[in-house]
Design a protein around this ligand. Structure first.
Ligand SMILES: Cc1cc2nc3c(=O)[nH]c(=O)nc-3n(C[C@H](O)[C@H](O)[C@H](O)COP(=O)(O)O)c2cc1C
Length: 243
């Protein structure tokens, strides 16, 4: 019996040399989807996504997350509007490209340096586009899942939320849905209390990110080339570098 089991697993290992698992396929082929069909996602599929999120690992099994599902267009549009208005203010304060005053440039520099992640050149560019209403926020997705971290969680609650979010994303793509992570609602939940109050989000919950979910238009999933990052590998007293 043990021999048989051993043989089976050796055969499986041999097969894995040439065949990817379905899970790997979903991981490798998932693409962010930014064009959705108008039709709403059936409720049970969203519940399946939430279930995948709920089963995510978390430090000390603290499960430090809260998911809020939005399928109410008025709320999605309202949050979008708050983000646009906030980005307009940000743009006026920090867009050093359009002002001649040295003082404003100094202020812009200080603000940008104080938020190096939020105001990295990529989101910085996006803030201007959002302010000018040239960049969609939730890409007209019929469902949005907001992810909040319980600040009392163990270790890094936002990391646990990211893991739960990616579980939901992969479950969605395995079911033929499309998703896109959307980070910008942060400005609607951190710079003003309008939406926290409206949705009843209070301490200990802090916005982490969100997912736009819907049926994709066309077939956006598929593999694309990714740059490699060097991996240091230590074994048997030797170090090698993998690319
Ligand atoms: C935390 C996070 C926040 C993101 N925020 C946005 C966003 O606000 N808008 C957007 O269109 N894409 C957003 N993305 C999607 C990334 O741009 C995308 O994952 C990346 O370009 C790689 O492309 P891929 O997802 O198709 O592999 C975000 C992704 C992550 C992980």
């Amino acid at each position: 019996m043990v021999d048989q089991e051993q043989k089976l697993s050796e055969t499986k290992i041999e097969q894995l040399k040439s065949v990817r698992t379905e899970t790997e396929d979903v991981i490798l082929k998932r693409r962010s989807v930014r064009v959705f069909q108008k039709k709403q996602v059936p409720e049970f599929l969203i519940k399946r996504m939430l279930e995948a999120g709920r089963f995510a690992p978390s430090a000390g099994n603290s499960m430090p997350w809260k998911f809020v599902v939005l399928r109410d267009q008025e709320i999605i549009d309202g949050i979008t509007q708050t983000i646009i208005e906030t980005c307009k203010i940000y743009k006026g304060l920090i867009d050093y490209r359009y002002n001649g005053s040295i003082l404003r440039r100094i202020i812009a520099n200080i603000i940008i340096k104080s938020k190096p992640n939020d105001l990295h050149p990529v989101p910085f560019g996006a803030i201007s586009l959002i302010a000018d209403e040239k960049l969609g926020l939730f890409h007209n997705a019929p469902t949005v899942i907001l992810i909040f971290a319980d600040e009392r969680g163990i270790g890094f609650p936002t990391l646990d939320c990211g893991i739960a979010g990616q579980n939901m994303v992969l479950a969605a793509h395995s079911m033929g849905l499309g998703t896109c992570w959307i980070g910008f609602p942060k400005v609607a939940f951190e710079n003003t209390s309008i939406w926290r109050n409206r949705l009843g989000i209070d301490y200990p919950y802090k916005f982490v990110s969100s997912l736009a979910v819907g049926f994709p238009m066309g077939k956006p999933d598929g593999m694309v080339a990714r740059p490699t990052h060097a991996v240091d590998w230590y074994e048997d007293g030797m170090k090698k570098t993998l690319y």
